[in-house]
Each structure stands twice: as structure tokens, then as C-alpha cells.
Design a binder for this molecule. Structure first.
Ligand SMILES: [Zn+2]
Length: 365
């Protein structure tokens, strides 16, 4: 009798603990499903919240860290993304996807050594493919090149360039970027808090490192990358530099879900002395491209399609600014950074359906 009295509460406690465990497991499963569904439908704010809550309940689950990392990456919350990917890898060093995402994050930030060392680790642990080898080779080449590069600094930028003779160009580039920083920062009401790197290449180096189409005049992937030849025409310098800086700040304000057409159109609209009619011009005999085809980057487009893509993008953004003003576009970017899917944020801010607007841009002159 005495023993039963002693045992009974213990059994009860075990049962309560098991029930609590069960309910925690169910909670984590529900949160993980909700997080995955949110990522699939582009609701990255919801995804980050769900995976973070799940990870708080089950901190030793590498998948939950990874899910939170992906969501944070898309929201351009890079410090959180890095910590979450590192958490996933600490819990499971063989987690290939987490390693690939973390390496990509380091590469975009210009931390080539970190990016390369993660790939070297993958090479030791996981199924290695020729595609991964190609990427590693490219990064090593880029690192070797940049080891030879010199650095010059201005208040908000650091320029990397190869030859001492190029220092005046680097200084000129940074002075123009500082001017763009003040001008565009004021228009968008946002200033990057981190130093932005600009890498000055020869055309061959630029082609080799970025692998971009021959029509590209510059690139932004976390750093501004420029072939110096693109700056030869003085009247083009401010346009190109301001355009690339605009991409940087659009990414910082809006995160990584801003559709390419909006980023390109806005960067074009923010070019100094943008000529409205020039940007709206439709290439004769060519129907403007549909916005739905221009949501990802333009890098795979041919030169003539790219020209049409820039025209359509500039036209779309110019129409939006005319209708609702720049402040609405900025509010829309902030919505995206909070993780609201583009179509929903667009409908709320612009008071029309994105599909209707996109169809109009794609078909009308
Ligand atoms: Zn651009």
C-alpha cells in the first residue's frame, strides 16, 4: 500500500511528461509544416517566425535551423541567416544544403576564404559534383586575383583594383558613389549601414569572374563589380555607378524577393537625370516582355531581349511612381523585407492586382 502510494505519483509524473513531450512534438511538426509551406509560397516572414519558434522548442534539430536560415536569407537578414546555417552545420556537419547556402552567403559578402573553405569541407564529406568543382575553381580564381588587388577607402565604400595606376579611377568611382549614396539615400529614405565593396576589373577579369553576358556593363551580387572599360565614357560613369548602388540599397531595403523587373526599373528611374521618355521607349516592332517573365534576373537573356526587358521594367516602375508616388514603392519594399509575398504587398499598396498590372505592361504600348 505504502509502495503504491509512493509509486503512483511517479507514474503520474511520467505520464504527464510523456503527454507534454507528445504535445511538444506535435507543436514542432505543425510549426515545421507551416514554415515549409510559408517558404514554398514566398511568405518568408511567416517562415522565419515558424522555424524560429520550432527551433526554440527543439534546439537540436538541424532542419529547423536550416529552414530559419533560408527564410532569413530571403529577407536579407544576413547575420541571422549565417547564424542559423552555422547552427544547422554544427548539429549536422554533413548537411549539404546548409553548407551550400552558407558558402553562397559568404561569397556574396566577399568572404571568399570562408566560402572556399566550406566547399573544401563539402568535397571531403559529401557527394562531389563537377558543378561544385566548377564553382570552387571559379572562387579560387577570384580569390587569387583579389589577393593581388589594392584597396582604397572612402566613407561608405571600399574599392578593390589591381594596378597602382588605377587608383585615380578607383578614387573617382568612390567619389561618384558617395554622391549617389547621398542622392539615392535621400530619395529612398535609407542608407546602407555597412561598407559597400566595389571591385574594379578589366573586361576579361569581369567576364571570367562573373560569367555574365557580354552586354552586362556591371553587376551587383552583394558587391558592385565593374569592368573599368564601362567607365570610359564620362557621361556613362554616373549612370552606371548610380544604377549599381541603387541595386545595393534596393536589396538592403527590400530583401531578396524584390522581382528583377522592379529592381531594374527602380535602379533605372533613380539614375541621375533619367530621361522619362527614353526609359519608356518601346523598341519598334517588339512587344514589351511580360513582367511575369522578368521576375528573376536578366542574365540569361540575349542582348536584344535584355534591352526589351530593361525598357519594360523601366516603363512599369515609372507608371507605378506616376500613379502612387515613390513613397508607395518604398513602402512596398519594406513590406517585402518583412516577408509579405510580392503579389499581396502589391495589391495592398497599389490598390490593384499584380496580374492585371503585369498583363497591361506586357501587351500595351
Ligand atoms: Zn541593373
Amino acid at each position: 500500500m505504502t509502495i503504491r502510494v509512493l509509486i503512483a505519483p511517479t507514474l503520474l509524473l511520467v505520464a504527464v511528461a510523456a503527454a507534454a513531450d507528445d504535445s511538444r512534438t506535435r507543436e514542432v511538426i505543425a510549426l515545421e509544416r507551416a514554415g515549409t509551406a510559408a517558404i514554398e509560397s514566398g511568405r518568408f516572414g511567416d517562415a522565419l517566425a515558424a522555424f524560429s519558434r520550432a527551433a526554440a522548442v527543439r534546439p537540436r534539430d538541424a532542419n529547423l535551423c536550416f529552414g530559419a536560415g533560408v527564410a532569413a536569407f530571403m529577407l536579407a537578414q544576413d547575420d541571422i541567416a549565417q547564424a542559423r546555417f552555422e547552427c544547422a552545420l554544427a548539429l549536422n556537419p554533413d548537411f549539404l544544403e546548409a553548407a551550400l547556402w552558407l558558402a553562397d552567403l559568404h561569397h556574396r559578402a566577399g568572404r571568399l576564404t570562408d566560402a572556399i573553405s566550406i566547399y573544401e569541407d563539402i568535397q571531403q564529406r559529401s557527394a562531389w559534383t563537377s558543378k561544385l568543382q566548377q564553382k570552387l575553381d571559379g572562387w579560387r580564381k577570384e580569390q587569387e586575383l583579389q589577393r593581388r588587388f589594392r584597396e582604397a577607402h572612402s566613407k561608405h565604400f571600399v574599392a578593390l583594383f589591381e594596378r597602382a595606376d588605377d587608383e585615380p579611377v578607383a578614387r573617382d568611382v568612390m567619389a561618384r558613389l558617395e554622391a549617389a549614396y547621398r542622392r539615392i539615400g535621400q530619395v529612398l529614405g535609407a542608407y546602407p549601414s555597412r561598407t559597400i565593396t566595389v571591385v574594379l576589373y578589366t573586361r576579361d577579369q569581369f567576364d571570367d569572374v562573373t560569367g555574365l553576358a557580354a552586354w552586362s556593363a556591371a553587376a551587383y551580387d552583394g558587391r558592385i563589380q565593374l569592368p573599368m572599360g564601362a567607365l570610359e565614357m564620362p557621361e556613362e560613369r554616373d549612370r552606371i555607378l548610380s544604377h549599381e548602388f541603387a541595386h545595393a540599397i534596393i536589396g538592403i531595403v527590400g530583401g531578396r524577393t524584390v522581382p528583377a523587373w522592379m529592381s531594374e526599373g527602380l535602379a533605372t528611374a533613380l539614375e541621375p537625370a533619367a530621361i522619362p521618355d527614353k526609359d519608356a521607349r518601346v523598341v519598334p516592332g517588339r512587344v514589351p516582355l511580360r513582367l511575369s517573365e522578368l521576375e528573376r534576373g536578366f542574365i540569361r537573356l540575349s542582348s536584344s531581349d535584355a534591352e526589351a526587358a530593361y525598357v519594360s521594367s523601366a516603363r512599369a516602375v515609372r507608371l507605378l511612381i506616376e500613379r502612387r508616388g515613390m513613397s508607395t514603392i518604398i513602402a512596398l519594399l519594406h513590406d517585402l523585407a518583412r516577408g509579405i509575398p510580392f503579389a499581396r504587398a502589391f495589391a495592398q499598396r497599389l490598390a490593384m492586382r499584380y496580374e492585371d498590372f503585369a498583363a497591361r505592361i506586357g501587351t500595351s504600348q
